[in-house]
Design a protein around this ligand. Sequence first.
Ligand code: FCB
Length: 470
Amino acid sequence: MSALDILTSDTTDLRFPSGFRWGTATAAYQIEGAATEDGRTPSIWDTFSRTPGKVHNGDTGDVAADHYHRMPEDVALMRRLGVTDYRFSIAWPRVQQTGRGPAVQKGLDFYRRLVDELLNAGIRPVATLYHWDLPQELENAGGWPQRETAQCFAEYAGIMADALGDRVGTWTTLNEPWCAAFLGYGNGVHAPGRTSHLDSLRAAHHFNLAHGWAVRALREALPDTSEVSLTLNLHALRPLTPSADDLDAVRRIDAVGNRIFLDPVFHGRLPDDLIRDTAAITDWSFVRDGDLAAASTPIDSLGINYYSPTVVAAGECESPSPWAGAERHVRFLPAPGPRTAMDWPVDAGGLYELLTRLRDDLPGVPLLVTENGAAYHDYSDPSGRVHDPERVSYLHSHLTALHRAIEAGTDVRGYFLWSLLDNFEWAYGYSRRFGIVHVDFASQRRTPKESADWYAQVIARNAVEGRQEG
Ligand code: FCB
């Protein structure tokens, strides 16, 4: 059966609520290229990718998918898909060279053109302010472990609100601050590549603060904007067994992986158990009066990025670990089942578990799935087609799980597929392809994969076919 037959076969459709938002997602450093054009300065990812041994094959985002020059073609691709929304990120060093001071007009112009192109195509822009590309100068001044970076971020949010606020209705402050703090400053697999548990905890706090201050800046500049949001990669945690020790392992990782952001942002407090678990690293005295109140400035929705679940048990974690010591006595186990090219397990149940947990823990907070998708080793066949049935099956099972969560009373308003285009997959460079559109990086030719045709049909029907969840 071909990918398209899945939707045309005689089965019961699982329909999504009317007005459900169907999108694709990308991030600036992963697709734009044009790394030194129009005044853009280096970000921590430019520096990191140039550091030998940090990124697979020495790949960099210098050219990436050349989206900076091919933006109208990419918007046209989305228009053909029929997406209602597009989630992109703004490269901070493109619009504020040192992360401080005046805006770079040419940089702002690029995003103005992008937003206009989207609106002309009938696509709603969803702008993320920070998807990991901190201006290098701010890292030189101390980076996210430094409180001042949060202040700079709030000013940058204000600049962007002034530049695009009349045309962008949905703003996301940060993408996955867990990765930025703990992979960037904890185990060093992401930029800027530092390995200090203290730095990662300080960074996490300053991300919460930066988020809250940016929400305030956006609200001040845009009193009528309907939607300000935050995107977290919450960990869908499962204990290996129901034993008290394995459940305690879940609790520890939940504290340092999930509640470290959820509690400040939604409840204005830090989890007590997190403070206890990290006592050997810090007393958290870098948290000042008023910080947690700022972090909990109300937002309109929460974005969730989900790829696969995490299984933990009592035991010893491999080092270097990103978990800031809170993982002492925790072992991470491979979840069973088929895997993607990232070696990530395919398990849609984790998405259901995460969404229904948020339904219970954060009543009244609308949710968006702001990233979900899969990498496979795709290639174009002699007829020029890219046949990617595994991606279709991955997407199908996750949309089915999402539908089930909505039926179970979870208020999910939209789904953004990661990713529109094959792109620079961080430390994996160009070796992992997440796109539903294939990019030949030598020619920059775009070829929609079969999954793109499949997704277009899902969007057109506002439904997935109701076969058994994979
Ligand atoms: C997420 C990132 C995104 C992409 C996907 C695969 O953690 O937000 O940029 O790399 O993983």
